[in-house]
Write a protein that binds this ligand. Sequence first.
Ligand code: GMT
Length: 377
Amino acid sequence: MSPRPLKIGITCYPSVGGSGILATELGEELARRGHEVHFISYERPFRMPVGDPRVFFHPVVVNSYDLFKYPDYTLPLSVKMAEVSRDHALDVLHVHYAVPHATAALLACAMLPPDRRPKVITTLHGTDTTLLARDPGYGPAIRHALEHSDAITTVSEFLRRETLAHLAVTRPIEVIHNFFEPRPPARSVADVRRELGLRDGEALLLHLSNLRALKRIDLLLETAARLYRAGETFKLVILAGGDFTPFAADVKRLGLADRVVVRQNVTDIEDYLQAADLGLFTSETESFCLSILELMSLGRPSVAFAVGGIPEVVVNNESGLLALFGDTAALAAHVQILLRDPARRAALGAAARQRACDLFSAKVIVTRYEELYRRIL
Ligand code: GMT
């Protein structure tokens, strides 16, 4: 007899970012497998499925009061978590990012009678341990939240090591990598290329990110400038989840005005992933880099720096090409090799798609999360 469906609460940052996409796709997959899924956040996650009878959204209302210099999210979130856990008898509360979600979940449990307390799973996605853990105003609270979670997962082996190094956590940390299930592209490659103004024979290099500092857009543009000076015909398309205007001056200064195309807050990313010839990333650190996996799942290889968890996603020379951090000359050379050798590009792309399917598909990863839920229950 198949085990009973579970009632799972999910909290994440609903904004455009890898962890929000991962948490939303996880909820959608869990509902598809028959579980009841309750999203609890200040906004509906932007890729949240609508119309699925097993998926619910519970908004957290944050009021601001004159007395408070900053509106407080943690307390209203913890109250909503307690309400939803009590009213829907949640089995599990799966929070993405420790700050402040894991602390709010522990507060919610403390407000509930023992028989109504869900198990708390904290999944770490990156900057809450690699960045906030070093902040004396956060580190001890993050450590406390992790030590009192019923389970901890990280999205890469790299992040597990970082968490142990920065937070001296004594509880076991399980690595469950990210997954991505591409939706069928709605438009043809030709239509997307036309929309972006690509001429015949012009390569489409794709970058997706929220443009924050660690994405090193300065190095991305420096790499594009090297390709431009080398006479390559390409356009660098940037799907931006943030404000690109601070970089406009650099684009002009580098002579890239007609080589860089920016699209803000795109949700139909599969159309662009499919149209790309390859991905280009210059982050100085990434716990995983979901954008690279998104391109791999559409059979597109990426060129990136070998930092953080990226070498766990891309096998250099097999499913993409990696360079040492900061070496934009090497990065540009990798792009040129792939632009001039379509067969090599196709081979890397096919291997990338296979690796995405074998290691980072919903079938593999969501099953890991289900096993974890049942193990701690
Ligand atoms: O990288 C970002 O700016 C967004 C951030 C997030 O909050 O989604 O991404 C983090 O989580 C993603 C999903 O697990 C990972 O793919 C990203 O590598 C990670 N970002 C960093 O570690 C810098």
